[in-house]
Design a protein. Structure first.
Length: 202
């Protein structure tokens, strides 16, 4: 029975680039319905599909629909403790990779990948925030969507974010001088403002 389910899921994932928005929406609905019975299996298959296929070798629309399906499955069927450590770490790594592989800041795929990272941070703050904060270097600005994900997490779950505020600011403050362009300064100003608002929630 599991083999049949795997083939069905694979067929749905293969069809995620369909030209019809109605069909794409139905695929997401079907994946969510199947996740009600086997959330681990569905999430694992979505993660493996994204991880084993290079970004340039697949359609952006297809990746967007699969990422969106993953976000909605997490929203509907996953609570803290639902995911195994292995699947949790795989999803965090996958979300980070999807989010930071994109240079087009208006990409719906990028925005949805950022939502996935925020959702994972909310479910698993230590692992999610760690994946965002740890790679920040003192010699270069972090990826735009790393800052967006941190800001999104602080907005969505300020109390869950606060334990990571000190470490976040320790990484961000030394590199503020590297933000020379207006858009870079706006991103950092927005982030620091959002972090300040999170403190006010105490």
């Amino acid at each position: 029975m599991r083999d049949v389910s795997v083939r069905c899921i694979d067929a749905l994932l293969s069809s995620c680039a369909d030209g019809s928005e109605e069909v794409r929406d139905q695929i997401i609905t079907s994946l969510k319905s199947m996740a009600a019975k086997d959330v681990t299996g569905i999430l694992l298959q979505c993660e493996q599909w994204l991880t084993t296929r290079k970004h340039g070798s697949t359609q952006e629309l297809q990746r967007f629909v699969i990422v969106k399906s993953t976000v909605e499955i997490l929203n509907n069927h996953v609570t803290t403790g639902t995911l195994s450590d292995q699947l949790r770490d795989a999803l965090v790594a996958c979300a980070f990779s999807e989010m930071t592989s994109i240079t087009n800041l208006n990409s719906e795929w990028a925005k949805e990948s950022c939502k996935l990272m925020v959702e994972l941070c909310d479910l698993h703050p230590k692992q999610g925030c760690g994946a965002l904060i740890d790679p920040i270097q003192s010699t270069s600005l972090p990826h735009f969507f790393v800052m967006q994900a941190l800001t999104g997490f602080a907005t969505a779950s300020p109390l869950r974010f606060l334990p990571f505020l000190r470490e976040t600011m320790a990484k961000i403050l030394p590199i503020l001088g590297l933000a020379k362009q207006d858009n870079h300064r706006m991103v950092f100003a927005n982030a620091v403002g959002t972090f300040s608002d999170a403190v006010l929630q105490i």
